[in-house]
Design a protein around this ligand. Sequence first.
Ligand SMILES: Cc1ncc(COP(=O)(O)OP(=O)(O)O)c(N)n1
Ligand code: 3NM
Ligand code: MG
Length: 368
Amino acid sequence: MSKSVDITSFNENPHRVVLMVEPHSQKAQIQQVVYRILDANLDRAREGLRIIEEWCRFGLNNAELLGECKYLRQELAHWHTAELRAARDTPGDPGTELSHPQEEQRSSLKALLQANFCRVQEAMRVLEEYGKLYHPNMGKAFKQMRYRVYTLESSLMGYQRHQLLWRSHLYLVTSPAENLLKTVEAALKGGLTLVQYRDKTGDDTVRVEQATKLRQLCHSYGALFIVNDRVDLALAVDADGVHLGQQDMPIAMARQLLGHQRLIGRSTTNAEEMQKAIAEGADYIGVGPVYETPTKANKPAAGLEYVKYAAQNSSLPWFAIGGIDANNINDVIEAGAERVAVVRAIIEAEQPTLVTQYLLSQMHRISA
Ligand SMILES: Cc1ncc(COP(=O)(O)OP(=O)(O)O)c(N)n1
Ligand SMILES: Cc1nc(C(=O)O)sc1CCOP(=O)(O)O
Ligand SMILES: [Mg+2]
Protein backbone atom coordinates (compact mmCIF):
# COMPACT_ATOMS: atom_id res chain seq x y z
CA MET A 1 0.00 0.00 0.00
CA SER A 2 1.30 3.48 -0.86
CA LYS A 3 2.52 5.48 2.10
CA SER A 4 1.71 8.86 0.60
CA VAL A 5 -1.21 10.23 -1.33
CA ASP A 6 -0.76 10.59 -5.04
CA ILE A 7 -1.79 14.22 -5.53
CA THR A 8 -2.72 13.59 -9.17
CA SER A 9 -5.73 11.71 -7.86
CA PHE A 10 -7.02 15.02 -6.47
CA ASN A 11 -6.46 16.68 -9.82
CA GLU A 12 -8.34 14.03 -11.75
CA ASN A 13 -11.54 15.10 -10.03
CA PRO A 14 -13.09 17.85 -12.21
CA HIS A 15 -14.56 19.54 -9.14
CA ARG A 16 -11.12 19.90 -7.67
CA VAL A 17 -9.34 21.33 -10.69
CA VAL A 18 -8.82 24.45 -8.65
CA LEU A 19 -6.30 22.48 -6.60
CA MET A 20 -3.89 22.48 -9.50
CA VAL A 21 -3.26 26.15 -8.97
CA GLU A 22 -3.53 26.09 -5.19
CA PRO A 23 -0.36 26.34 -3.17
CA HIS A 24 1.16 23.12 -1.89
CA SER A 25 0.09 23.85 1.69
CA GLN A 26 -3.58 23.71 0.72
CA LYS A 27 -3.12 20.34 -0.99
CA ALA A 28 -1.44 19.10 2.11
CA GLN A 29 -4.32 20.38 4.22
CA ILE A 30 -6.87 18.56 2.08
CA GLN A 31 -4.77 15.44 2.21
CA GLN A 32 -4.80 15.73 5.97
CA VAL A 33 -8.59 16.04 6.00
CA VAL A 34 -8.93 12.96 3.79
CA TYR A 35 -6.65 11.05 6.15
CA ARG A 36 -8.79 12.09 9.11
CA ILE A 37 -11.97 10.98 7.34
CA LEU A 38 -10.40 7.62 6.51
CA ASP A 39 -9.05 7.18 10.03
CA ALA A 40 -12.40 8.03 11.66
CA ASN A 41 -14.37 5.73 9.38
CA LEU A 42 -11.96 2.84 9.72
CA ASP A 43 -12.53 3.16 13.46
CA ARG A 44 -16.32 3.40 13.07
CA ALA A 45 -16.46 0.34 10.87
CA ARG A 46 -14.20 -1.65 13.20
CA GLU A 47 -16.20 -0.72 16.30
CA GLY A 48 -19.52 -1.60 14.63
CA LEU A 49 -18.14 -4.93 13.47
CA ARG A 50 -16.85 -5.69 16.94
CA ILE A 51 -20.32 -5.19 18.41
CA ILE A 52 -21.79 -7.55 15.78
CA GLU A 53 -18.96 -10.04 16.31
CA GLU A 54 -19.63 -10.27 20.04
CA TRP A 55 -23.19 -11.37 19.33
CA CYS A 56 -22.04 -13.96 16.77
CA ARG A 57 -19.62 -15.31 19.36
CA PHE A 58 -21.48 -15.21 22.66
CA GLY A 59 -25.11 -14.95 21.52
CA LEU A 60 -25.16 -17.31 18.55
CA ASN A 61 -22.04 -19.35 19.14
CA ASN A 62 -21.66 -19.40 15.36
CA ALA A 63 -18.09 -19.96 14.16
CA GLU A 64 -18.86 -19.15 10.52
CA LEU A 65 -20.41 -15.74 11.22
CA LEU A 66 -17.70 -15.03 13.79
CA GLY A 67 -15.02 -15.87 11.21
CA GLU A 68 -16.54 -13.47 8.70
CA CYS A 69 -16.58 -10.62 11.27
CA LYS A 70 -12.95 -11.32 12.14
CA TYR A 71 -11.95 -11.41 8.47
CA LEU A 72 -13.58 -8.03 7.85
CA ARG A 73 -11.95 -6.52 10.93
CA GLN A 74 -8.56 -7.76 9.78
CA GLU A 75 -9.12 -6.21 6.36
CA LEU A 76 -9.94 -2.91 8.07
CA ALA A 77 -6.78 -3.16 10.16
CA HIS A 78 -4.75 -3.75 7.00
CA TRP A 79 -5.93 -0.43 5.55
CA HIS A 80 -5.52 1.47 8.82
CA THR A 81 -1.94 2.64 8.26
CA ALA A 82 0.21 4.64 10.66
CA GLU A 83 -0.10 7.75 8.52
CA LEU A 84 -3.89 7.63 8.73
CA ARG A 85 -3.78 7.12 12.49
CA ALA A 86 -1.31 9.99 12.78
CA ALA A 87 -3.85 12.34 11.20
CA ARG A 88 -6.26 11.84 14.09
CA ASP A 89 -7.29 15.01 15.92
CA THR A 90 -9.88 13.94 18.49
CA PRO A 91 -9.94 17.18 20.52
CA GLY A 92 -10.50 19.20 17.33
CA ASP A 93 -13.28 16.92 16.04
CA PRO A 94 -16.77 18.45 16.61
CA GLY A 95 -18.37 15.06 15.76
CA THR A 96 -17.22 13.36 18.95
CA GLU A 97 -19.72 15.38 21.02
CA LEU A 98 -22.72 14.59 18.82
CA SER A 99 -24.97 11.61 19.33
CA HIS A 100 -28.52 10.89 18.22
CA PRO A 101 -31.07 10.08 20.99
CA GLN A 102 -31.66 6.72 19.27
CA GLU A 103 -28.04 5.81 20.01
CA GLU A 104 -28.79 6.10 23.73
CA GLN A 105 -31.61 3.57 23.59
CA ARG A 106 -32.13 0.37 21.63
CA SER A 107 -35.61 -1.15 21.60
CA SER A 108 -34.37 -4.68 20.96
CA LEU A 109 -31.35 -6.77 20.08
CA LYS A 110 -32.50 -6.68 16.47
CA ALA A 111 -32.50 -2.86 16.55
CA LEU A 112 -29.05 -2.85 18.11
CA LEU A 113 -27.63 -5.17 15.46
CA GLN A 114 -29.34 -3.31 12.63
CA ALA A 115 -28.03 0.04 13.86
CA ASN A 116 -24.51 -1.35 13.93
CA PHE A 117 -24.79 -2.93 10.49
CA CYS A 118 -25.97 0.44 9.25
CA ARG A 119 -23.01 2.13 10.91
CA VAL A 120 -20.52 -0.29 9.33
CA GLN A 121 -22.12 0.00 5.89
CA GLU A 122 -22.14 3.80 6.01
CA ALA A 123 -18.54 3.91 7.15
CA MET A 124 -17.55 1.54 4.34
CA ARG A 125 -19.31 3.72 1.80
CA VAL A 126 -17.31 6.71 3.04
CA LEU A 127 -14.12 4.64 2.89
CA GLU A 128 -14.99 3.54 -0.62
CA GLU A 129 -15.39 7.13 -1.85
CA TYR A 130 -12.58 8.94 0.02
CA GLY A 131 -10.37 5.88 -0.30
CA LYS A 132 -10.21 6.54 -4.03
CA LEU A 133 -8.22 9.66 -3.18
CA TYR A 134 -5.81 7.67 -1.05
CA HIS A 135 -4.98 4.47 -2.89
CA PRO A 136 -5.96 3.15 -6.32
CA ASN A 137 -7.30 -0.12 -4.86
CA MET A 138 -9.09 1.24 -1.82
CA GLY A 139 -12.39 2.16 -3.48
CA LYS A 140 -12.77 -1.30 -5.03
CA ALA A 141 -11.70 -3.07 -1.86
CA PHE A 142 -14.30 -1.27 0.25
CA LYS A 143 -17.05 -1.78 -2.29
CA GLN A 144 -16.43 -5.53 -2.06
CA MET A 145 -16.28 -5.38 1.72
CA ARG A 146 -19.55 -3.44 1.88
CA TYR A 147 -21.26 -6.19 -0.12
CA ARG A 148 -19.79 -8.80 2.20
CA VAL A 149 -21.32 -6.86 5.11
CA TYR A 150 -24.75 -6.92 3.42
CA THR A 151 -24.42 -10.68 3.03
CA LEU A 152 -23.30 -11.03 6.65
CA GLU A 153 -26.32 -9.03 7.81
CA SER A 154 -28.73 -11.15 5.89
CA SER A 155 -27.09 -14.44 7.02
CA LEU A 156 -27.02 -13.32 10.65
CA MET A 157 -30.65 -12.19 10.68
CA GLY A 158 -31.76 -15.40 8.95
CA TYR A 159 -29.73 -17.56 11.31
CA GLN A 160 -31.22 -15.77 14.33
CA ARG A 161 -34.74 -16.40 13.08
CA HIS A 162 -34.11 -20.08 12.43
CA GLN A 163 -32.44 -20.53 15.78
CA LEU A 164 -35.30 -18.87 17.63
CA LEU A 165 -37.83 -20.94 15.68
CA TRP A 166 -36.12 -24.16 16.78
CA ARG A 167 -36.06 -22.91 20.37
CA SER A 168 -39.78 -22.05 20.34
CA HIS A 169 -42.06 -24.69 21.84
CA LEU A 170 -45.23 -22.65 22.10
CA TYR A 171 -46.78 -20.72 19.23
CA LEU A 172 -49.56 -18.21 19.74
CA VAL A 173 -51.84 -17.77 16.72
CA THR A 174 -53.98 -14.69 17.32
CA SER A 175 -57.66 -14.13 16.63
CA PRO A 176 -59.39 -10.73 16.67
CA ALA A 177 -59.87 -9.62 20.27
CA GLU A 178 -60.59 -6.37 22.02
CA ASN A 179 -57.33 -6.19 23.91
CA LEU A 180 -55.22 -8.06 21.43
CA LEU A 181 -52.00 -6.16 22.06
CA LYS A 182 -52.40 -6.40 25.82
CA THR A 183 -53.09 -10.12 25.63
CA VAL A 184 -50.12 -10.77 23.37
CA GLU A 185 -47.89 -8.70 25.63
CA ALA A 186 -49.08 -10.68 28.65
CA ALA A 187 -48.17 -13.90 26.85
CA LEU A 188 -44.77 -12.49 25.87
CA LYS A 189 -44.22 -11.68 29.53
CA GLY A 190 -44.90 -15.33 30.25
CA GLY A 191 -42.01 -16.34 27.97
CA LEU A 192 -43.68 -16.74 24.57
CA THR A 193 -41.24 -16.46 21.65
CA LEU A 194 -43.42 -17.07 18.58
CA VAL A 195 -46.55 -15.19 17.50
CA GLN A 196 -48.69 -15.37 14.37
CA TYR A 197 -51.05 -12.58 13.40
CA ARG A 198 -54.22 -14.15 12.01
CA ASP A 199 -57.26 -12.09 11.09
CA LYS A 200 -59.50 -13.60 8.45
CA THR A 201 -62.10 -10.82 8.46
CA GLY A 202 -60.65 -7.33 8.97
CA ASP A 203 -59.79 -4.58 6.51
CA ASP A 204 -56.25 -4.23 5.29
CA THR A 205 -55.93 -0.81 6.92
CA VAL A 206 -56.63 -2.43 10.28
CA ARG A 207 -54.42 -5.41 9.50
CA VAL A 208 -51.46 -3.22 8.57
CA GLU A 209 -51.86 -1.15 11.72
CA GLN A 210 -52.27 -4.14 14.03
CA ALA A 211 -49.54 -6.19 12.41
CA THR A 212 -47.10 -3.28 12.61
CA LYS A 213 -47.83 -2.80 16.31
CA LEU A 214 -47.60 -6.51 17.00
CA ARG A 215 -44.31 -6.83 15.12
CA GLN A 216 -42.84 -3.99 17.18
CA LEU A 217 -44.15 -5.54 20.37
CA CYS A 218 -42.85 -9.03 19.56
CA HIS A 219 -39.43 -7.75 18.56
CA SER A 220 -39.17 -5.66 21.70
CA TYR A 221 -39.51 -8.96 23.62
CA GLY A 222 -37.11 -10.75 21.28
CA ALA A 223 -39.95 -12.91 19.87
CA LEU A 224 -40.61 -13.90 16.26
CA PHE A 225 -43.56 -12.41 14.44
CA ILE A 226 -45.27 -14.29 11.60
CA VAL A 227 -48.18 -13.19 9.42
CA ASN A 228 -50.91 -15.65 8.42
CA ASP A 229 -51.78 -16.15 4.73
CA ARG A 230 -50.37 -12.91 3.33
CA VAL A 231 -46.86 -12.61 1.93
CA ASP A 232 -47.47 -8.97 0.94
CA LEU A 233 -48.49 -8.04 4.47
CA ALA A 234 -45.54 -9.94 5.94
CA LEU A 235 -43.17 -7.93 3.75
CA ALA A 236 -44.99 -4.65 4.33
CA VAL A 237 -44.69 -4.88 8.10
CA ASP A 238 -41.23 -6.48 8.11
CA ALA A 239 -42.45 -9.70 9.72
CA ASP A 240 -40.14 -12.65 10.32
CA GLY A 241 -42.15 -14.82 8.00
CA VAL A 242 -45.49 -16.07 6.79
CA HIS A 243 -47.75 -19.03 7.51
CA LEU A 244 -49.34 -20.64 4.45
CA GLY A 245 -52.15 -23.18 4.36
CA GLN A 246 -52.84 -25.68 1.59
CA GLN A 247 -55.03 -23.13 -0.18
CA ASP A 248 -52.54 -20.27 0.16
CA MET A 249 -49.65 -19.21 -2.07
CA PRO A 250 -47.24 -21.98 -3.19
CA ILE A 251 -44.13 -22.15 -1.03
CA ALA A 252 -41.75 -21.66 -3.99
CA MET A 253 -43.45 -18.42 -4.95
CA ALA A 254 -43.46 -17.16 -1.36
CA ARG A 255 -39.78 -18.07 -1.08
CA GLN A 256 -38.97 -16.00 -4.14
CA LEU A 257 -40.68 -13.02 -2.57
CA LEU A 258 -39.42 -13.48 0.99
CA GLY A 259 -35.93 -14.89 0.41
CA HIS A 260 -34.24 -17.49 2.58
CA GLN A 261 -33.81 -15.35 5.65
CA ARG A 262 -37.52 -15.18 6.43
CA LEU A 263 -39.52 -18.14 7.67
CA ILE A 264 -42.27 -19.98 5.84
CA GLY A 265 -44.68 -22.27 7.67
CA ARG A 266 -47.13 -24.69 6.06
CA SER A 267 -50.29 -26.30 7.49
CA THR A 268 -50.53 -30.05 7.02
CA THR A 269 -53.28 -32.54 7.82
CA ASN A 270 -51.78 -35.80 6.61
CA ALA A 271 -48.54 -37.56 5.74
CA GLU A 272 -48.68 -36.62 2.08
CA GLU A 273 -49.04 -32.90 2.83
CA MET A 274 -46.22 -33.13 5.33
CA GLN A 275 -43.79 -34.75 2.89
CA LYS A 276 -44.73 -32.21 0.23
CA ALA A 277 -44.18 -29.27 2.62
CA ILE A 278 -40.75 -30.65 3.54
CA ALA A 279 -39.81 -31.20 -0.12
CA GLU A 280 -41.01 -27.71 -1.04
CA GLY A 281 -38.72 -26.08 1.52
CA ALA A 282 -41.00 -25.03 4.37
CA ASP A 283 -39.17 -23.98 7.54
CA TYR A 284 -41.77 -25.45 9.88
CA ILE A 285 -45.13 -27.15 9.67
CA GLY A 286 -48.47 -27.07 11.45
CA VAL A 287 -49.85 -30.51 12.31
CA GLY A 288 -53.58 -30.62 12.83
CA PRO A 289 -56.27 -30.13 13.71
CA VAL A 290 -55.45 -32.44 16.56
CA TYR A 291 -58.96 -31.91 17.94
CA GLU A 292 -62.01 -30.35 16.35
CA THR A 293 -62.09 -26.66 17.09
CA PRO A 294 -64.53 -23.77 16.65
CA THR A 295 -61.57 -21.60 15.59
CA LYS A 296 -61.40 -23.63 12.39
CA ALA A 297 -64.90 -24.99 12.34
CA ASN A 298 -65.01 -26.80 9.00
CA LYS A 299 -61.84 -28.79 9.29
CA PRO A 300 -62.25 -32.35 10.56
CA ALA A 301 -59.78 -33.46 13.22
CA ALA A 302 -56.64 -35.26 12.04
CA GLY A 303 -56.27 -36.65 15.56
CA LEU A 304 -53.43 -37.86 17.72
CA GLU A 305 -52.53 -40.52 15.13
CA TYR A 306 -51.22 -37.80 12.85
CA VAL A 307 -49.30 -36.27 15.78
CA LYS A 308 -47.64 -39.67 16.28
CA TYR A 309 -46.80 -39.82 12.58
CA ALA A 310 -45.24 -36.32 12.74
CA ALA A 311 -43.19 -37.30 15.77
CA GLN A 312 -41.70 -40.18 13.80
CA ASN A 313 -41.33 -38.57 10.41
CA SER A 314 -40.91 -34.80 10.45
CA SER A 315 -37.42 -33.51 9.86
CA LEU A 316 -38.70 -29.97 10.40
CA PRO A 317 -39.87 -28.31 13.58
CA TRP A 318 -43.62 -28.94 13.75
CA PHE A 319 -46.42 -27.55 15.87
CA ALA A 320 -49.44 -29.58 16.87
CA ILE A 321 -52.49 -27.32 16.53
CA GLY A 322 -56.24 -27.46 16.97
CA GLY A 323 -58.21 -27.58 20.21
CA ILE A 324 -55.13 -27.73 22.42
CA ASP A 325 -55.33 -26.23 25.92
CA ALA A 326 -54.06 -26.70 29.46
CA ASN A 327 -56.38 -29.70 29.98
CA ASN A 328 -55.27 -31.84 27.07
CA ILE A 329 -51.72 -30.65 26.38
CA ASN A 330 -50.23 -33.66 28.12
CA ASP A 331 -52.09 -36.07 25.82
CA VAL A 332 -50.61 -34.23 22.84
CA ILE A 333 -47.16 -34.35 24.42
CA GLU A 334 -47.58 -38.07 25.09
CA ALA A 335 -48.35 -38.59 21.42
CA GLY A 336 -44.93 -37.09 20.67
CA ALA A 337 -45.44 -33.33 20.28
CA GLU A 338 -42.55 -31.11 21.38
CA ARG A 339 -44.19 -27.95 20.07
CA VAL A 340 -47.79 -26.75 20.14
CA ALA A 341 -49.74 -23.84 18.67
CA VAL A 342 -52.83 -22.41 20.32
CA VAL A 343 -55.42 -19.71 19.68
CA ARG A 344 -58.20 -19.73 22.30
CA ALA A 345 -56.13 -21.17 25.14
CA ILE A 346 -54.26 -17.87 25.38
CA ILE A 347 -56.43 -15.32 23.56
CA GLU A 348 -59.48 -16.18 25.69
CA ALA A 349 -57.56 -16.75 28.91
CA GLU A 350 -58.30 -14.58 31.91
CA GLN A 351 -54.63 -14.68 32.82
CA PRO A 352 -52.65 -15.09 29.61
CA THR A 353 -49.29 -14.78 31.34
CA LEU A 354 -50.06 -17.66 33.70
CA VAL A 355 -51.50 -19.87 30.97
CA THR A 356 -48.44 -19.22 28.80
CA GLN A 357 -46.15 -20.08 31.68
CA TYR A 358 -48.06 -23.27 32.35
CA LEU A 359 -48.11 -24.40 28.72
CA LEU A 360 -44.41 -23.62 28.38
CA SER A 361 -43.58 -25.46 31.57
CA GLN A 362 -45.31 -28.55 30.18
CA MET A 363 -43.45 -28.29 26.88
CA HIS A 364 -40.10 -27.73 28.56
CA ARG A 365 -40.67 -30.75 30.77
CA ILE A 366 -40.20 -32.95 27.73
CA SER A 367 -37.86 -30.88 25.57
CA ALA A 368 -35.33 -29.98 28.29
C1 LIG B 1 -49.24 -22.90 13.06
C2 LIG B 1 -50.40 -22.93 12.16
N1 LIG B 1 -50.84 -24.09 11.69
C3 LIG B 1 -51.91 -24.12 10.90
C4 LIG B 1 -52.58 -22.96 10.53
C5 LIG B 1 -53.74 -22.99 9.61
O1 LIG B 1 -53.45 -22.41 8.35
P1 LIG B 1 -54.54 -22.52 7.17
O2 LIG B 1 -54.81 -23.93 6.92
O3 LIG B 1 -54.09 -21.71 6.04
O4 LIG B 1 -55.82 -21.87 7.81
P2 LIG B 1 -56.03 -20.37 8.27
O5 LIG B 1 -55.28 -20.17 9.53
O6 LIG B 1 -55.51 -19.46 7.21
O7 LIG B 1 -57.48 -20.23 8.49
C6 LIG B 1 -52.10 -21.78 11.04
N2 LIG B 1 -52.66 -20.61 10.74
N3 LIG B 1 -51.01 -21.77 11.85
C1 3NM C 1 -55.84 -21.81 12.78
C2 3NM C 1 -55.92 -23.28 12.91
N1 3NM C 1 -55.35 -24.14 12.00
C3 3NM C 1 -55.55 -25.39 12.29
C4 3NM C 1 -55.07 -26.51 11.46
O1 3NM C 1 -55.22 -27.65 11.88
O2 3NM C 1 -54.55 -26.25 10.41
S1 3NM C 1 -56.41 -25.59 13.71
C5 3NM C 1 -56.54 -23.94 13.93
C6 3NM C 1 -57.24 -23.29 15.06
C7 3NM C 1 -56.64 -23.57 16.41
O3 3NM C 1 -57.36 -22.82 17.30
P1 3NM C 1 -57.62 -23.26 18.78
O4 3NM C 1 -56.32 -23.34 19.45
O5 3NM C 1 -58.49 -22.15 19.32
O6 3NM C 1 -58.36 -24.55 18.76
MG1 MG D 1 -54.24 -19.79 5.52
